[in-house]
Design a binder for this molecule. Structure first.
Ligand SMILES: Nc1ncnc2c1ncn2[C@@H]1O[C@H](COP(=O)(O)OP(=O)(O)OP(=O)(O)O)[C@@H](O)[C@H]1O
Ligand SMILES: [Mg+2]
Length: 245
């Protein structure tokens, strides 16, 4: 899989997300002339190329990620991903409604956590979020159609999220659901079978446009100790011993 270039079909843009950074639903035209529905993000080069690199890398590592594109615009290069046609988990469960009571929000959040833990790819996503230092996993960044999941929005990985709290949110959800042991073991097993060469392959797709050496080094360094890193994200025996009954 190589990273494809596309152009925007002018006039097709409508807002796609919460409007915080302005993701846009649109149509793009790929180099071979094919037109596809996509979600376009106009961000700084660090965010655009990090998201493109992660899109390539996570796909190579077997995670379900919408096909990534670089969009050539008159004044910039933007990131886009193929629109999978279904909503994020927050929206799918109605958690984005403004009219929820605290109890309803709590119940829906627990339901969302159950859904996240039911995906066959969640243990892989735990390992990969840890590998790319993704601090921005949230229910708006997981798409769900009632059976299929897709993982999106990796712009704030690779050190771009350094101002955000250092956490692996999927580990927190697993621990909340009482699945710490099985999730950590499954994620570590996924780590053990990751192909390190995929990092250089994915970086090679971007390297001519944006210097990726720091990102490449970051991922390779994290991969060396990923098993320990994953374990450390879960409650430790001394955390439990420290609690007074
Ligand atoms: N490939 C895709 N297929 C379907 N929907 C998508 C896709 N990419 C993004 N979206 C939708 O657009 C929303 C925003 O995208 P994303 O999370 O990548 O950007 P963001 O920077 O968080 O944007 P915003 O601040 O506008 O929410 C997602 O929550 C999701 O609903
Ligand atoms: Mg997002």
């Amino acid at each position: 899989m190589t990273l494809a270039w596309a152009t925007l079909v002018e006039g097709t843009e409508t807002p796609a997300g919460d409007g915080i950074t302005g993701a846009l639903r649109c149509v793009i035209e790929i180099e071979d002339g094919e037109q596809v529905a996509a979600v376009l993000k106009r961000d700084t080069p660090d965010l655009v190329f990090a998201e493109a690199l992660c899109g390539m890398l996570l796909t190579k590592w077997g995670l379900k990620v919408p096909a990534p594109y670089l969009v050539n615009e008159p004044d910039r290069i933007s990131f886009a991903s193929a629109d999978v046609g279904y909503p994020n988990l927050k929206k799918a469960l109605g958690l984005d409604s403004q009219n929820l009571s605290a109890k309803e929000a709590d119940e829906l959040t627990r339901l969302a956590f159950d859904v996240v833990m039911s995906f066959p790819t969640t243990s892989l996503a735990i390992a990969l979020d840890e590998a790319i230092d993704n601090r921005d996993r949230n229910l708006g960044n997981i798409l769900w159609d009632g059976s299929e999941e897709a993982w999106i929005d990796h712009a704030f990985a690779l050190g771009n999220g350094v101002a955000m709290q250092d956490r692996n949110i999927l580990c927190e959800i697993a621990a909340f659901n009482g699945l710490a042991d099985q999730s950590s073991q499954a994620a570590i097993a996924r780590w053990a079978s990751l192909d390190r060469d995929a990092v250089a392959d994915a970086a090679g797709e971007i390297g001519a446009l944006h210097d990726c050496t720091t990102w490449q080094d970051l991922v390779l360094r994290r991969l060396d100790t990923l098993g320990m890193r994953i374990l450390a994200r879960f409650p430790q025996p001394h955390d439990l011993l420290g609690q007074t009954p």
